[in-house]
Ligand binder design. Sequence first.
Ligand code: AHZ
Length: 326
Amino acid sequence: MAPAVIYGSQPDEAPLLLGKNGIKDTYAASNGTYDVKEDYNGDYRFAPIEEAQVSRAMIKRYFNMMYERAISDVVIIGAGSAGLSCAYHLATTRPDLKITIIEANVAPGGGAWLGGQLMTPMVVRKPADRFLTEIGVPFEDEGAFVVVKHAALFTSTVLSRVLALPNVVLMNATAVEDLIVRPDPRTPGSQRVAGVVTNWTLVALNHDTQSCMDPNVITAPVIISATGHDGPMGAFSAKRLVSMGLLKELGNMRGLDMNRAEPAIVNGTREVAPGLIMTGMELSEHDGSNRMGPTFGAMMASGIKAAREAIRIFETSQIVDGKVVA
Ligand code: AHZ
């Protein structure tokens, strides 16, 4: 049987051939052969590496990815429970679309690593449990709702499913600082959101301490904002729509009512401004709807609805070079 190639075959990354069982063998590489050994009794030996190979392995992939995604099909702002659910549904339904997720935090997942009051279980009201079944998250059935034993089981599963999809990239530690707007060819006289303005989050947090540090841009015919309710980073697009005159005023998130809040978020998920779909708790700030507190079904269902809205835009628009032209 031919040995398995376990490293890339780029000239700056020696292709390594894995021997029988991968336990100990001689590795053949373009620059010679060497021994490795998987020995946990004090003689574990790695294949050799040059520091520059590590740098180049990262740099070329990351910057090729940025180059390629400068024009994306869909940008999702925020990788919380709504943004990730949206990314999963959209990327699996439309594998032809290049979906780029921008997450300001180093750790994707937003507020979905815990349930409520820093407790671990996650409550999901039916029928949103169907999404858990689809992505393979086990739960306990309590009748009208289900409970995942740890919120992190949901978040790590949806995150790993999303990241494994070939049409999705995630740029974390990257903040959306502004929106690109152009005259809307579909509605004369109105503005269309046509992309995002980004910066490394650590740079975005330091605009007041340094001289001008200009941003980068990504254009896309559809932007999906999933930045959560107001907070240090939240409700970004809703607030920006107000400050640039595309929304009169914020509705402001109302007090907690689980029964009103969850359907309001799911059913209200829509294209709130041409080119900009809003999902998850950011919508409560835009529309002035209630919060639901620690029940997460609406985040999953709103994410799915946002994905469906995006598909509708693709099916009804003429798009050239990442721009809606008609
Ligand atoms: O870091 C933010 C988080 O991961 C990210 N984000 C915010 N602003 C950003 C920006 N650029 C890039 N300018 C940005 N990323 O967006 C993510 C939002 O995730 P979240 O978990 O805060 O929001 P969600 O709507 O997905 O889930 C809300 C969960 C809540 S809050 C709540 C309540 O308070 O009642 N109830 C539920 C279920």
